[in-house]
Design a protein around this ligand. Structure first.
Ligand code: CP
Ligand code: NVA
Length: 315
């Protein structure tokens, strides 16, 4: 049994395998329609979600399985331990997708489950999002340009560096072999342990990992410009005003993208706030691929479920 909690211990070949599987499923979805017959997936949400909830729910159902979706406040968690919840759920279900605040709680859930646990986002990581983003980038650049890997591409993230999307992007790019720069305020640098681990991986795959508080240096000659909310689900409303001031120099707008490559693509995992992490003209403009990006959540979720549930190869 393997759980999927971060991208940190994935291998490059596994990422490419999942990208290829997701592409095959996207092309011929009906070929996979019974692969999860009789499988039931539990989904636990401690925070709001549209894309993660909907894409996993539709993915499981289109693969012939079923789901139970439970909001954390409707579970006796707190009255009973995470360990007991994990052990009981493992008796009914075939996998768990969980969106929790604390990453340590997710680890505890996985350690006490006998079925795969999938991270549907924690405060520190959002690996399922980045896995499907790699599929999107693959489609937009690798397939189109007939290239074989990501090594000639550069992705730039501007905004909150100490953030789940940023952390998973750093790990995903380092492993998949894509150059990445992060432009963020010095008070919001990514987690040091994640940077240290990713630097080793980046060295091994021969790509550059560049972290700076200078947004122009970060975005220079980039192929992919990536934004995420300044107000992540776990950030209290009381911090909003201060964060807007802090992050405004990192806003993706018409002026700053002049430093990117002319054919750059714009990505945002969504939900997005126009006027904050990017202007409306950017997210609604010709470079934006955010809805293709959102669609790919579905195809990649299917590939991941089949892989983790050992249903990817026809027996
Ligand atoms: N991108 C993403 O995970 O969206 P949701 O929060 O709507 O699931
Ligand atoms: N950083 C964002 C990602 C949303 C998908 C958050 O945690 O809310």
């Amino acid at each position: 049994m393997t759980s999927f909690l971060t991208l940190g211990n994935m291998k490059k070949e596994e990422i490419f395998y999942l990208i290829e599987l997701a592409q095959a499923i996207k092309k011929q979805p009906l070929k996979y329609k019974d692969r999860l017959a009789n499988k039931i997936v539990l989904m636990i949400f401690e925070k709001p979600s549209l894309r993660t909830r909907a894409s996993f729910d539709v993915a499981v159902k289109q693969l012939g399985g079923d789901t139970t979706i439970i909001e954390k406040q409707d579970m006796p968690l707190g009255k009973e331990s995470i360990e007991d919840t994990a052990k009981v759920s493992s008796r009914y279900y075939d996998a768990i997708v969980a969106r929790l605040f604390k990453h340590d709680d997710l680890v505890k859930l996985a350690e006490n489950s006998t079925i795969p646990v999938i991270n549907g986002l924690t405060n520190e990581h959002h690996p399922v999002q980045i896995l499907s983003d790699l599929l999107t980038i693959y489609e937009k650049f690798i397939v189109k340009d007939n290239a074989s890997d990501f090594k000639d591409l550069k992705l730039c993230f501007l905004g909150d560096g100490f953030n789940n999307i940023t952390h998973s992007l750093i790990q995903g790019c380092a492993i998949a072999g894509m150059n990445i720069s992060v432009g963020c305020p010095s008070k919001f640098m990514p987690d040091l342990e994640i940077i240290t681990g990713a630097k080793k991986l980046a060295q091994a795959s021969g790509i550059k990992l560049f972290i700076t508080s200078d947004p122009v240096a970060a975005i220079k000659d980039t192929d992919i410009v990536y934004a995420d909310s300044w107000m992540s689900y776990h950030v209290p409303k009381s911090e909003e005003e201060e964060r807007i001031k802090t992050f405004m120099p990192y806003q993706i707008n018409a002026k700053i993208v002049k430093h990117a490559k002319t054919n750059f693509i714009f990505m945002n995992c969504l939900p997005a706030m126009r006027g904050y992490e990017q202007t409306a003209e950017i997210i609604d403009g010709e470079h934006s691929i955010v809805f293709d990006q959102a669609e790919n959540r579905l195809h990649m979720q299917k590939a991941l479920l089949l892989w983790l549930l050992n249903a990817d190869k026809i027996k």
